[in-house]
Design a protein around this ligand. Structure first.
Ligand SMILES: [Zn+2]
Length: 232
């Protein structure tokens, strides 16, 4: 009989890169266990570590499933994943590092989101709004005046104003009153933050595009249309 351990079957789990459940190959399985035999009642506990690789995008992750010999076999243990499984992906322009001035802060906000550190993510989102505002209209003394300056300069429209105020208020509540945002409200704020930063990316791209486009040649004077008249 071969001593080679049998390879585990591929298993379904969420892939952070693909953004949905995909089939994962079990590249390696490591079992760790310990037996206790107190009062002649043997109990074993252990953990199964798996290195997983997405069969779609090849992304690698790890899972750990803790078990105990006393566990209910009808209630299987839920594995923990490293890095944690997330429902929100970084936008493509952030992955392509198109916003160097925000990259560090945004990366940390995403790291907090992935670790379900919602308060930290919200505080980071507020810091990004502050930074964007200072960059666009300078220090205006207060947040309300900053938003007004953005509206006056035509950098945000009227419908966006309540969105930015709501995002900033949520960040303040987290910082000063220890408010724990729900995943939904945090996602809304991150949507708003991404929109503000992405608007800057698009403005830069528009400038580059305009600079790279050759100017329209001057129009030649209109020839007299004698032919059309003659054919009539
Ligand atoms: Zn994948």
């Amino acid at each position: 009989m071969s001593s080679k351990p049998q390879a585990e079957k591929p298993r379904w789990s969420h892939c952070n890169e693909c953004g949905h459940e995909t089939l994962h190959k079990v590249v390696k399985l490591i079992r760790k266990s310990r037996d206790f035999n107190d009062d002649d009642y043997p109990v074993s506990v252990g953990s199964n570590w798996r290195i997983l690789q997405c069969c779609g995008c090849q992304e690698v992750s790890m899972s750990r499933t803790d078990w105990c010999s006393e566990d209910d076999p009808h209630d299987p243990a839920v594995p923990a994943y490293f890095p944690p499984r997330v429902s929100r992906r970084k936008p493509d322009w952030l992955v392509r590092r198109e916003v160097p001035s925000y990259q560090g802060l945004l990366d940390e906000v995403y790291a907090a989101l992935h670790a379900d550190s919602r308060r930290l993510a919200m505080m980071g989102a507020r810091a990004i709004i502050d930074k964007a505002m200072a960059k666009l209209v300078g220090d205006q003394g207060s947040f309300a005046q900053g938003v007004q300056a953005l509206v006056d300069a035509g950098l945000i429209g009227k419908p966006e104003r309540p969105l930015i105020e709501a995002a900033f208020d949520a960040g303040s509540a987290t910082m000063h009153r220890g408010h724990q945002p729900t995943a939904d409200s945090l996602n809304t704020v991150i949507d708003i933050v991404e929109r503000i930063v992405h608007a800057e990316v698009l403005a830069e791209k528009a400038k580059e595009l305009a600079a790279a486009t050759p100017p329209r040649p001057p129009r030649a004077p209109k020839p007299k249309n004698t032919q059309k008249k003659a054919s009539k």
